[in-house]
Write a protein that binds this ligand. Structure first.
Ligand SMILES: Cc1ncc(COP(=O)(O)O)c(C=O)c1O
Length: 376
């Protein structure tokens, strides 16, 4: 007998996805301002978002002008090879353009590495409490992620080196790391890279590089000439203030770049993003001011934590990881006051909240809201 209409067992095409895709837990971004405004009936202008490590100053005037100008041509496809932006990056870092891969955010560069180099059965290594995209990108290719326990919340490089096996294809290192803000000094970093077998790629994710004191900066772009297995990724999303446009880049050996370009979408970086990034790159004064503002704001947040008796992890980025205890409860109480920060339980840090350094008024608003959230 046929089952009555509507009750028959219909095949579920989603079950055709590989099991490693079905088991992926999607990336959880910071709560959008619009969502909080709707949920709590707040005006968007009253909400402070310190949840996604964006530059609170926004883009520079030069970048805004370049975007406005570029809108005239958006009926055309962008330059799929990003000639002008690559030329500028090439001049800045002293590497030929064929050693640069542009990405739709640096996230895209990370994905391209996994797409070009990982297949089921391969292993990729990353640290516990490191950026959440590494395990996701690895699992999406059916490869096996090896999470190495952290040391003092940062990368334990000797342990990561020891975790390399003949099946290892890629090692991810975030410097500074998100969400912990930990940083590896140049000597230790280079010694690690030199110790990795030459056929294992090292992805050095420097999304927060521009926030480092220039004296702390390692010549990582130049290292890619020495270590052909090194890929350095950078972004315009953070200090350059262009997160919504999605533009980042990787610097690497030309042959490795050629592999990423094989799997890259033809027009992965849009025209407004290319124009804005080109202008932003030239505006070094804006990045310097942003770094200085970040440093002052960071001191203000650290002082605030001391005053509240809260422990924090000293940070080299534009964010601070704070131990608040019942992080879920404190997060909710902050939301009620119109302040969005980032819970990090999914990073194995259930007692912590991550707060991005904001403008001076935003930092004060956060500190006040945190004080009442804790007093509750
Ligand atoms: C460590 C790290 N790497 C990469 C990214 C990706 O940034 P984007 O894709 O905007 O360049 C982020 C963003 O939060 C990050 O924290």
């Amino acid at each position: 007998m046929r089952p009555s209409p509507g009750l028959e067992m219909r095949p579920d095409p989603s079950l055709q996805a590989p099991v490693y895709v079905r088991q992926l837990a999607p990336y959880v971004p910071g709560k959008p301002v619009g969502d909080l405004a709707r949920e709590f009936g707040l005006a968007e202008s009253d909400i402070v978002k310190l949840a996604s490590n964006e530059n609170p100053r926004g883009p520079s005037a030069a970048a805004r002008a370049a975007i406005a100008d570029a809108t005239n041509d958006i009926c055309r496809y962008p330059d799929g090879n990003g000639f002008a932006l690559k030329a500028a990056l090439s001049a800045r870092y002293g590497v030929t353009p064929d050693r640069i891969v542009l990405g739709n955010g640096s996230n895209d560069v990370l994905e391209l590495v996994t797409q070009a180099f990982l297949r089921p059965g391969d292993q990729a290594i990353y640290s516990r409490h490191a950026f959440a995209v590494y395990p996701l990108a690895v699992q999406a290719r059916g490869a096996t992620g090896i999470e190495v326990p952290a040391r003092d919340y940062g990368h334990d490089l000797p342990a990561m080196r020891a975790a390399i096996t003949p099946a290892t294809r890629v090692v991810f290192v975030a410097n500074p790391n998100n969400p912990t803000g930990t940083w590896i000094a140049p000597e230790a970093l280079e010694a690690f890279i030199a110790s990795v077998p030459e056929d294992v790629l090292v992805v050095l994710d420097e999304a927060y590089n521009e926030y480092l004191d220039p004296a702390q900066n390692a010549p990582t772009a130049a290292w890619t000439g020495t270590y052909t297995n090194l890929i350095v990724s950078r972004t315009f999303s953070k200090a350059y203030g262009l997160a919504a446009l999605r533009v980042g880049y990787g610097i690497m050996d030309a042959n490795v770049a050629a592999m990423l370009n094989r799997v890259r979408q033809p027009f992965n970086v849009n025209a407004l993003a290319q124009a804005a990034a080109l202008a932003a790159l030239a505006d070094t004064g804006y990045v310097d001011e942003s770094r200085a503002l970040n440093r002052t704001g960071m001191r203000e947040l650290e002082d605030g934590m001391r005053a509240l008796g809260l422990a924090f992890i000293p940070s080299h980025g534009n964010f601070l990881l704070i131990r608040v205890g019942d992080a879920d409860r404190v997060y909710q109480r902050l939301l009620e006051q119109g302040v969005i920060v980032r819970p990090v339980a999914n990073y194995g840090l259930p007692e912590f909240l991550r707060v991005t350094v904001g403008l001076p008024a935003e930092n004060r608003r956060f500190l006040g809201a945190l004080q009442s959230a804790l007093a509750h």
